[in-house]
Design a protein around this ligand. Sequence first.
Ligand code: PMP
Length: 408
Amino acid sequence: PVEAVPQAPEDPLFGLMRAYKADESPNKVDLGIGAYRDDNAKPWVLPVVKKADEILRNDPDLNHEYLPIAGLASFTSKAGELLLGTGSAAAAEKRVSSVQTISGTGAVHLGALFLAKFYKVNGANRTVYLSSPTWANHNQIFTNVGLPIATYPYFDKETKGLAFEGMKKALADAPERSIILLHACAHNPTGVDPTAEQWREIAEVIKAKKHFPFFDCAYQGFASGDLDRDAGAIRYFIEQGFELVIAQSFAKNFGLYGERAGCFHFVAAPSADAASITTRVASQLAILQRSEISNPPIYGAKIASTVLNDKALFAEWQENLRTMSGRIITMRTALRAKLEELRTPGQWNHITEQIGMFSFTGLSEAQVAKLRSEFHVYMTKNGRISMAGLNTRNVEYFAKAVDSVVRE
Ligand code: PMP
């Protein structure tokens, strides 16, 4: 009976957010959740999103009708183009099937559910290999649909960079046709991405073992400020002829966190049968979507679609992306400079070498706890900081706090 249900722990990240809100110290610093903040530590509505919002609100035909099961077509097609690039052979050959989802989380979930149901060898599900560490929700999402999970090494604690050899070896040792989850760019939580050359070698191993790549793309445009560059790994894999899937989020790059705008894309390998496979996949995705959410939310998708389908707004969006990624890079430089100026014990080059929303500082769980209790600094206990939580006002305070706990 349901009375026997055990109490579950609070989600660590949302628990952290709650504790931060309750803290009354004027010095408090929120480096927990991965949401962009401006230099005043406030949420930033992208100017281009404000414009799109106004266009939509002034449209006399705006209504709140249902979207089709697969979502807003003007949104999903442009979302696919953003990942694959214009003139993609996969798109021209009708090898891409796209479904609008509940942001990136919903896309990972839909992909997981689809693979749990249809990706089998001799009737059995395949294991999903996740990077160690990874976004904590990956574990829950894949476990919830009954897929077995395993990990591959990713972060080298010594160099605070990529554990490249270990990663390749684990992928080579994994049983054939495993599912390999890859962060397309701006790896969460480490901020460490493979180089283009390393991606080539990773693709080679994955191809040799006939693995199935599952890209999670939650930060396109956030890593380098360049949408095409951040899609480089995905495009390379598609060029190599992989059958693969992509979970795409517009939470961070449009600042549409709560609007839940995202997409799931299936890309078939080039073959005579590819268009037919794609059509069949689309039909099954529609069934899964119908039973799960019936149809996706409309407003965020309309905002993104308005921007993605208008040349001038698109250019302005790229400008807004550069503002966000630029401010984050400035904060990386400032934090590293402060720590080096203070001669804080340890090496801090990784702060500027890591990219995207997060930095894996290397601070221990005990140091993280002290930062919270003594300095009102909130970050996840694995030592990850959301760089967007730093600004010109608090970066020195944070550096001094780190300096203090490192020396204790
Ligand atoms: N994947 C990764 C790696 C993420 O970091 C996030 C956001 N924290 C997501 C997916 C999904 O986020 P959302 O559902 O808000 O789009």
